[in-house]
Structure formats: structure tokens, C-alpha cells
Design a protein around this ligand. Sequence first.
Ligand code: ATP
Ligand code: MG
Length: 257
Amino acid sequence: MNEKVIPDIDERNQIVNELDKNMLVEAGAGSGKTTSIVNRMVSLVISGKCKVENMAAITFTRKAAQELKERFQNELERRYREEENTAIKSALKEALENMEKSFIGTIHSFCASLLRERPVEGGVDPDFEEMDELTDKLMHKQAWQQYLLDIRKDFPEKLAELNDIGIKPADMEEIFNLLTEYPDVEVVRSRIQKPDLMPVVKELKKLLYRARHYIPKTEPEKGYDSLQSKIMDSVRKLKPTQSILRGLSETPLTMEG
Ligand SMILES: Nc1ncnc2c1ncn2[C@@H]1O[C@H](COP(=O)(O)OP(=O)(O)OP(=O)(O)O)[C@@H](O)[C@H]1O
Ligand SMILES: [Mg+2]
């Protein structure tokens, strides 16, 4: 790319040259983030402002960390080969020799390494191990199941309350997953009166009786579809049975169950 046509060339140069400033850079996919950060790291080495052993470069995924490590090393090697100034050349050589002492890795492993340095202050077991994604999922599931067992034992009335409104504990698992995935989101909820469902039930009943007439008397070759089956199931559950048999839409509107 010709530097003259890069509209943000000044900002790119700032990243590499203004080493005494903290920077927050937001940039899209493939725009040159890794290139810029690698160049800044090399600049830090060359200027003598930071030795690799005091450097931390953090990414989100392991794949990105691996790429960053490789590209940093390649760039150090390339600059070392091309450099003519002996002082800079030796700084680059030293960096290459000590590269393993730098931290280039994921945010997770960076945090883990901090905690491992000071487990007591962090309030964690010094022998703690980081969980991989699979173990995390498994523990998550176990925690949910244990919670259900505890509730069943200690607060059965809560389950009864759920049951009263027709919700099974299993139906709540998805909500649990969602809430635990975003622990920083505050859930807004309020306890409300159970709504009066009778008017809706009345309407539904009328609709069911009408819909019933459109269902084939004999089962179609491919079987009843799911809507047809639902309608027949629901009609069967309605009382009184006699009126259903008569197929009337103006049946007495009593409801059981
Ligand atoms: N200033 C530049 N001039 C020309 N090409 C560049 C420049 N900066 C980066 N590139 C090229 O653009 C491509 C993408 O760069 P890079 O990998 O640094 O982007 P990225 O933002 O890290 O991408 P990703 O979002 O995939 O992580 C690479 O081929 C790189 O060599
Ligand atoms: Mg990148």
C-alpha cells in the first residue's frame, strides 16, 4: 500500500512512535491491528524504553496470541538482519534471546499468571488450575443440577409455585445459562399478580371448536401435522366431552385443568 493513500497514516505512525503515551485504538478486521502492535513492540525494544521481559501483549484468543508471538519474532529477526547501527542491533539480539521471558498470551492466562504470583492476596488456592471451555460447561451444568437438588430439598414450595404456573425447572435452564453468561447485566424483574386467564381461555375454546371442523376425519397419509395434533389434543382436554362431540362452537364455557 502506498503510504500517501492511507488516510490514517498519522495515527498509525503515532502507535509506533509515541511510546510514552497510553493508547486505545479501535479498528476493524484486517485493518492492521497486529501489524501496528508488533511495530510498537519492536519500537519499544529499539528505543530501549522497555525490555521484552517487561512486556505484556494480551489477546483474547490463543490463536491470536500464537500469531502475535510469531509475528513479533519475525519482525525482530528481520530488523536484526537489516539493522546497521550496532547498539540497536544488540538490543534486537537481546530481545530475540529473551523473547520467552515476555508475556504474549490470552487475557485468561495473563490473569492466571497474576493470581499464581499472589494467590494469598487474591484469595485463591495456590494450586488452582484454569478451566478449559469444556470443563467450564460441565461445571456449569453440574452447578445447575445441584441447585435444583438443593431447592427440592430445602425450598420445595418454590418448585410448587413454579409448577402452579405451568413451568418446569428444566424450562429455566436456558435462562440460567443466559444470566450466568452475562453476570454484569442486572436483571430487572417484578412480582405481579397472576393474570386472569379466563377471557383468553374462553376465546381459545371458541377457536378450538371452530378449528376442529377443518381437521380431516381420517388421518392423512403423512399423519396429522403438528398444529392439527395440537388442536385435537387441546379439544380432547376440554370439557364437557359431549359438546365437543357435537362440535358446537357455543358450548358452555367451563374449563377443567
Ligand atoms: N500500513 C499497512 N500498509 C499496507 N499493508 C498493511 C499495513 N498494515 C497491515 N497491512 C497488511 O494488511 C494485512 C492485515 O494486517 P493485520 O494482520 O495486521 O491486521 P489485523 O487488523 O490484525 O487483522 P485481524 O483482524 O485479522 O486480526 C496484512 O497482510 C498486513 O501485512
Ligand atoms: Mg490481528
